[in-house]
Design a protein around this ligand. Structure first.
Ligand code: DX5
Ligand code: ZN
Length: 221
């Protein structure tokens, strides 16, 4: 698997015009919708849930929706997101009592499953779970907010996970989330990342300018 994917994080979109924002950013050449779910418990912020995911599908969004769960507990919200049209569902291992069971629940619900690692969280659990992951997501900021600065030591983690995926010959995407912009995306790709979340780097830059504002930003990436 090598095709690069750009997944705009709608956390930085204008929520009062979410459908139009998503349409525009996908028309600009991005691939997925990154959907940040925060519960004011696992992370100190509160965002969106299955209703909004369902609303995007009803609006006509056909692109993969990449649901990043920053919630605790995890399991009970999984069926609702599957019904709402999620494609990928990823969760933080420390937010689940039984990681293997949660990965199974996601897959049994018909979605692709992945684990998310905060910057300082070790990768130990991947030893036994990587083969069950369709994606590993490395946080390059502490989760909870858009617009933070990229934490460079995460590149070392990216190289480690890339090596594990390649050694095992797995069909597993390696995604990064936080502080990714046009000016560092090349370096991030060189560390083995194939899937790039960007929120403020895409939505933040061009607010209030022309209607094709995302085209040039995405072209730089
Ligand atoms: C942070 C979220 C990210 C965030 C990325 O907890 O998971 O998806 O929106 O935003 P930027 O690209 O602005 O760092
Ligand atoms: Zn995210």
């Amino acid at each position: 698997m090598s095709d690069f994917i750009i997944a705009p994080s709608i956390l930085s979109a204008n929520f009062a015009a979410l459908g139009a924002e998503v349409d525009k950013v996908l028309a600009s050449g991005t691939d997925w919708v990154h959907f940040d779910v925060m519960d004011n418990h696992y992370v100190p912020n509160l965002t969106i849930g299955p209703l909004v995911c369902d609303a995007l599908r009803s609006h006509g969004v056909t692109a993969p929706i990449d649901v990043h769960l920053m919630v605790k507990p995890v399991d009970r919200i999984i069926p609702d997101f599957a019904k709402a049209g999620a494609t990928y569902i990823t969760f933080h291992p420390e937010a689940s009592e039984h990681i293997d069971r949660t990965l199974g629940l996601i897959k049994d619900s018909g979605c692709k499953a992945g684990l998310v690692f905060n910057p300082a969280t070790p990768l130990d659990v991947l030893e036994y779970t990587l083969d069950k992951c369709d994606m590993v997501l490395l946080m390059s900021v502490n989760p909870g907010f858009g617009g933070q600065s990229f934490i460079p030591y995460v590149l070392d983690k990216a190289r480690k996970v890339r090596q594990m995926i390649d050694e095992r010959g797995l069909n597993c995407r390696l995604e990064i989330d936080g502080g990714v912009k046009a000016d560092n995306i090349r370096e991030v790709a060189e560390a083995g990342i194939d899937t790039f979340v960007s929120g403020s780097g895409i939505f933040g830059k061009g607010k209030d300018t022309d209607p094709n504002r995302y085209d040039s930003i995405v072209a730089e990436m």
